[in-house]
Design a protein around this ligand. Structure first.
Ligand code: IPM
Ligand code: MG
Length: 358
């Protein structure tokens, strides 16, 4: 197969990790006889520097013309002082919205080799952690009106959380479908004891659940969910939730599987196109030092193979290669422990690419 992949490396450690994602995809192409064409375009702070805006039209076109997008990370102190419309993070939100990527999958699975890196007690970890968070990505408080105004001699800020039934239903369906293919448990996370958006959410979840009799639906308030994730993460199969709750809970779930550096994600819509990125940020403190963990990006590339290209065997091969390399004891700094061999981003990437076999 021939596929076009647009690469948005972004800022700070972005180029270092996407380089390793590309290396893994090139290894897959070679081993399985595919052709992947990569096209790199500016995004985030790099695009602000090159074109004056974080998500230029040219970048948008390059995404629209591709079969899938591999993204690194955006943001850094250099751009923190910019007006909010020009911040690299704004470019990320514009990209998600412009491309209609409403469904964000964030799998958190504990690699047994990294069990020690999990901050939870062994008897909690023993039961296994394998959670798929389905985060709504183009609505809610991220995309409602934001305003800071002057009133009665002080500033007042408002951020509007807004959801339509249509937006709620389409993400809930992603959750039900995912649970159906996994262990059949869907935890719908909201705050219906306080928020109207959440009451509508809970009502729609129950309405749709009649179409998925094979899936067990569990309602959970977000504060309780945050607590349950560390009390007993084995109770979760698929979590479906709105944009901001998903942002917060996916960082929490990344920590309980050892390191945020390990966590991939896929941002999808109702066709095969998707944007694939690690969930961690741009890590300005370690940028350019060959210290970043490329595994989140490499596993994101595996998700690209699985979800956008329907290449399940190829995706399995990448995930197996990651696991094999962890077995050999190679570790980046964030997952390092006694008796293991610490390597940089490049060496980790090379080792994984070399371990990809049919
Ligand atoms: C994420 C990030 C982004 C978000 C930021 C960088 C805008 O935290 O992808 O989780 O909040 O969605
Ligand atoms: Mg986040």
């Amino acid at each position: 197969m021939n596929k076009r992949i647009t690469v948005l490396s972004g800022d700070c450690i972005g180029p270092e990790i996407t380089a390793q994602g590309i290396l893994a995809l090139e290894a897959v192409a070679k081993v399985f006889g595919h052709r992947f064409d990569f096209c790199e375009v500016p995004f985030g702070g790099a695009a602000v520097d090159a074109c004056g805006v974080p998500f230029p039209d040219e970048t948008r076109r390059a995404c629209e013309e591709a079969d899938a997008v591999l993204l690194g990370s955006v943001g850094g102190p250099k751009w923190d002082g910019l007006p909010k419309e020009l911040r690299p993070e704004k470019g990320l939100l514009q990209m998600r919205s412009a491309l209609g990527l409403f469904g964000n999958l964030r799998p958190a699975k504990l690699h047994p080799q990294l069990a020690f890196a999990c901050p939870l007690r062994p008897e909690i970890v023993e039961k296994g952690i394998d959670i798929m968070t389905v985060r709504e990505l183009t609505g809610g408080i991220y995309f409602g009106a934001h305003e800071t105004r002057q009133q009665d001699g002080q500033r007042i800020a408002t951020d509007l959380m807004i959801y339509s039934e249509g937006e709620i239903d389409r993400i809930l369906r992603v959750g039900f479908e995912a649970a159906r293919k996994r262990r059949g448990r869907l935890t719908s996370v909201e705050k219906s004891n306080v928020l109207d958006c959440s009451r509508l959410w809970r009502e729609r979840a129950h309405a749709l659940s009649t179409e998925y009799p094979d899936v067990e639906l569990i309602d959970m308030l977000v504060d309780n969910a945050a607590m349950q994730l560390v009390r007993d993460p084995s109770q979760f199969d698929v979590i479906v939730t709105e944009n901001m709750f998903g942002d917060i809970l996916s960082d929490e779930s990344s920590m309980i599987v050892g390191s945020i550096g390990m966590m991939p994600s896929a941002s999808l819509r109702n066709d095969s196109f998707g944007v694939y990125e690690p969930i961690h940020g741009s890590a300005p403190d370690i940028a350019g030092k060959d210290l970043a963990n490329p595994i989140g990006t490499i596993l994101s590339a595996a998700m690209m193979l699985r979800y956008s290209f329907s290449m399940a065997q190829e995706a399995d091969a990448v995930e197996r290669a990651v696991s094999e390399v962890l077995d050999t004891g190679l570790r980046t700094a964030d997952i390092m422990s006694g008796g293991m061999k610490q390597v940089g981003c490049r060496e980790m990437g090379r080792a994984i690419a070399a371990a990809i076999r049919a």
